[in-house]
Design a protein around this ligand. Structure first.
Ligand SMILES: [Zn+2]
Ligand SMILES: [Zn+2]
Length: 261
C-alpha cells in the first residue's frame, strides 16, 4: 500500500491510500479544488478514485466530499448515523454512490480490506479504520478523546499508525480558547493530547509498531516540533531506541509525503 496524508488538522483532513488498482480517499475536508490539486500532486487522478471513506461528519472531514463524489462519480462510504448527520451538509450524492457500512464489520473496496472501529468523539458515530492489504496494515486513528483497550488492540502490530497528537495540554490550558471549547477538547469525546499519543506509542512498541505519523495537530495549541519532541521524549523515557523508530508529523497545509507500507 502507498499512503499519503494530503492535509491534516482542524482546517481540513484528507489522505489517500493506493493498493494495486484501488485508490481510497480517507475523508475530504477541504474544498474540491484543494483536494483535486493535492491528489494530482501525489500522482492520483481524482477520477480514478475507487471510493471516499468517512470518519465522521465534522466539516474539517467532509467539506469537499459531495463535490468530489458528484464531479468524479465516486462512491462515498460511511455508517448509517454518519450518513444521517452528513447528508444535509454535503449536497446531493447519487443513490448508487451512497454506500453504508456497519461499524466493527470489515468490508472491501477493491483490493483493500477495511475495518471501521468506534472512536470516542463528539460526532454521530465516529470511526477510525484498519486498512489491510497483502499482509500489511495501516491503522488510521484521529479525532478521539481517549484511547481504550479496544483501540490499543486495533492498533497493535500496525505497519504504519496514523495517530492524532492534537494538542499540548499546557498550551491548550493557558491558550486563548474559550473555557467551554477547552473542556470539549480535553474531554473523553474531544481530541488526543501529545501525552496520550506518546503513552500509546510506548504501549504499542512491544506489539511491533515501529512507524507512526502524528496527525490532526492543533494550530493554536501545538506545533510540529512540540508534537515530535513529545513523542520522542516518551519513547526515549521508555528506553525505546529512536534509531529503530520512524516518526513523522502530518502537515496541515500541504502533502506530507508518500509512505510505502
Ligand atoms: Zn477533525
Ligand atoms: Zn471531529
Amino acid at each position: 500500500m502507498i499512503f499519503s496524508p494530503l492535509y491534516s488538522g482542524s482546517t481540513g483532513n484528507a489522505s489517500v491510500l493506493t493498493a494495486g488498482k484501488t485508490r481510497i480517499l480517507v475523508d475530504g475536508g477541504l474544498p474540491g479544488k484543494a483536494l483535486t490539486d493535492a491528489l494530482n500532486a501525489v500522482g492520483v487522478d481524482p477520477a480514478s478514485l475507487s471510493g471516499i471513506v468517512i470518519t465522521h461528519e465534522h466539516s474539517d472531514h467532509i467539506k469537499g466530499v459531495g463535490v468530489m463524489s458528484r464531479k468524479y462519480d465516486i462512491p462515498v462510504y460511511a455508517n448509517e448515523n454518519t450518513w444521517k448527520a452528513m447528508a444535509p451538509l454535503i449536497g446531493g450524492v447519487a443513490m448508487k454512490n451512497v454506500r453504508t457500512f456497519i461499524t466493527g464489520q470489515n468490508f472491501y473496496i477493491g483490493d483493500v480490506d477495511l475495518t471501521p472501529f468506534p472512536l470516542s468523539h463528539d460526532a454521530a458515530e465516529p470511526v477510525g479504520y484498519v486498512f489491510f492489504h497483502k499482509g500489511s496494515r495501516l491503522v488510521y486513528m484521529t479525532d478521539t478523546g481517549r484511547v481504550t483497550e479496544a483501540l490499543r488492540e486495533k492498533a497493535a502490530g500496525a505497519d504504519l499508525l496514523f495517530l492524532e497528537s492534537n494538542h499540548d495540554v499546557d498550551l491548550l490550558r493557558t491558550g486563548p480558547y474559550p473555557e467551554k471549547l477547552k473542556r470539549r477538547i480535553l474531554s473523553d469525546r474531544g481530541h488526543l493530547s501529545n501525552d496520550a499519543a506518546g503513552e500509546l506509542l510506548i504501549k504499542l512498541y512491544p506489539t511491533g509498531v515501529r512507524r507512526a505519523i502524528l496527525a490532526h495537530l492543533s494550530r493554536e495549541n501545538n506545533t510540529e516540533d512540540i508534537a515530535l519532541g513529545s513523542a520522542r521524549a516518551y519513547l526515549n523515557a521508555a528506553g525505546i531506541p529512536l534509531d529503530d523508530y520512524f516518526l513523522a508529523v502530518a502537515h496541515y497545509d500541504r502533502v506530507t509525503g508518500i509512505f510505502e507500507i
